[in-house]
Design a binder for this molecule. Structure first.
Ligand SMILES: Nc1ncnc2c1ncn2[C@@H]1O[C@H](COP(=O)(O)OP(=O)(O)O)[C@@H](O)[C@H]1O
Ligand SMILES: [Mg+2]
Length: 359
């Protein structure tokens, strides 16, 4: 439905968007995820037509929209600041665009009512924005975009102005709305939890480049670059070298001393410098040797950090490197206070856990 082909935008020396290619499918909830300044808004603005591209193509339904002004594109944007008109009622805010494009009164009433019903605001037509909560203002902004019945909705950090609890609630509603309406969403956020929870697919951006694009579970479980591994969730990185490969796996020597087995297909070849990525929640502490489907390396427990649902254990390898282990306090309840500081344990993990990437 939307295709970006080698899309680039520069501002002087700054390459805001650098050779981005991606495809968004009809009805998909697509997230652009990345920290501030990585080029997310610039992509949305080029798709909406508020910003010129430097090079590349933007195809909407197979047609290049280069020459189309914003109002001729079948897309609508919900901005980070909702940009509601403070003196207008909810009804007039939502109907504003329709009035400008000279819709008849009865059509405006019908479409505004429909849009307000979609976002669950029926009955609040006569309120002004300052008589609404943050979450409700957000939904007015959403209704104002939906009233145009766009086939693609662009959302630029729409929940970032809301406090955490309301943002979480609104996030769930947004996902339900999207699935119900079947409108294609392109959703920009710097919040990884939001992206993982909402998206059918996530594109992780860094410095104007898409580092990896895929379903949330794939991006989380099989990060392909150090940036992606580091940006999403927490991660331990261990340097090593691929010693050998086999049908669906490889052996990696960590820090020149510990050989570990990875039961996953890899494109890395023997002799390659690798970075082994292992999440804190994939490791457990043990006094017993690993079982035959596991790996184990020794480490000394230095600190415990109680976090309510989980406890973080900070351990030190003989190389001096620190490793973080996270254990759920309820599943591992018996074990919660079992581990002693300055005692040596084995860090144990399944051979199917962790990802070796090129260093
Ligand atoms: N109008 C502009 N003039 C100059 N630089 C800009 C302009 N708009 C964006 N940039 C730069 O482009 C980069 C990407 O910005 P932006 O797309 O807003 O990032 P994000 O939305 O991911 O935070 C940043 O370095 C930003 O400073
Ligand atoms: Mg932005």
């Amino acid at each position: 439905m939307l295709e970006l082909i080698h899309l680039t935008r520069t501002y002087g020396d700054v390459v805001a968007v650098n050779d981005v290619s991606l495809t968004v499918n009809r009805g998909e909830f697509f997230c652009l995820l990345g920290s501030s300044g990585c080029g997310k808004t610039t992509i949305l603005r080029m798709v909406a037509g508020f910003e010129q591209r430097t090079s590349g193509q933007i195809l909407l339904n197979g047609r290049d929209v280069a020459g189309d002004p914003p109002y001729r594109r079948d897309v609508n944007t919900v901005f980070q600041s909702y940009a509601l008109f403070p003196n207008m009622t909810v009804f007039d805010n939502v109907g504003y665009g329709l009035r400008i494009s000279r819709c008849g009164r009865s059509e405006i009433v019908q479409r505004v009512s429909e849009a307000l019903a979609m976002v669950g605001l029926s009955g609040l037509e006569d309120r002004r924005p300052d008589q609404l909560s943050g979450g409700q203002q957000q939904r007015v902004a959403l209704a104002r975009a939906l009233v145009n019945r766009p086939s693609i909705l662009l959302l630029d950090e729409p929940l970032s102005a809301l406090d955490k609890k309301i943002a979480e609630q609104t996030r769930i509603e947004l996902a339900e709305l999207q699935r119900r309406l079947g409108i294609t969403f392109i959703y920009v956020t710097h919040n990884q939890t939001e992206a993982l929870a909402l998206a059918d697919r996530v594109a992780v951006m860094h410095n104007g480049v898409i580092e990896q694009c895929g379903p949330p579970s794939e991006v989380y479980e099989h990060p392909q670059t150090r940036f992606v591994a580091d940006f999403i969730g927490s991660m331990n990185f261990l340097e090593g070298e691929v010693v050998s490969t086999r049908q669906a796996g490889c052996r990696v020597r960590l820090a020149n001393r510990w050989d570990v087995e990875i039961d996953k297909t890899t494109s890395l070849t023997p002799g390659t410098r690798a970075l082994f990525c292992l999440r804190p929640e994939q490791i457990r502490l043990s006094l017993l040797p690993p079982r035959d489907f596991e790996n184990g390396i020794p480490a000394v427990l230095r600190r415990k950090v109680y976090e309510g649902d989980a406890t973080l254990y900070l351990l030190e390898l003989s190389t001096g490197q620190q490793i973080t282990v996270s254990q759920n306090n309820y599943i591992a309840r018996v074990a919660r206070d079992f581990y002693d500081r300055d005692q040596e344990y084995l860090l144990v993990w399944s051979r199917t856990s962790g990802e070796a990437i090129r260093a």
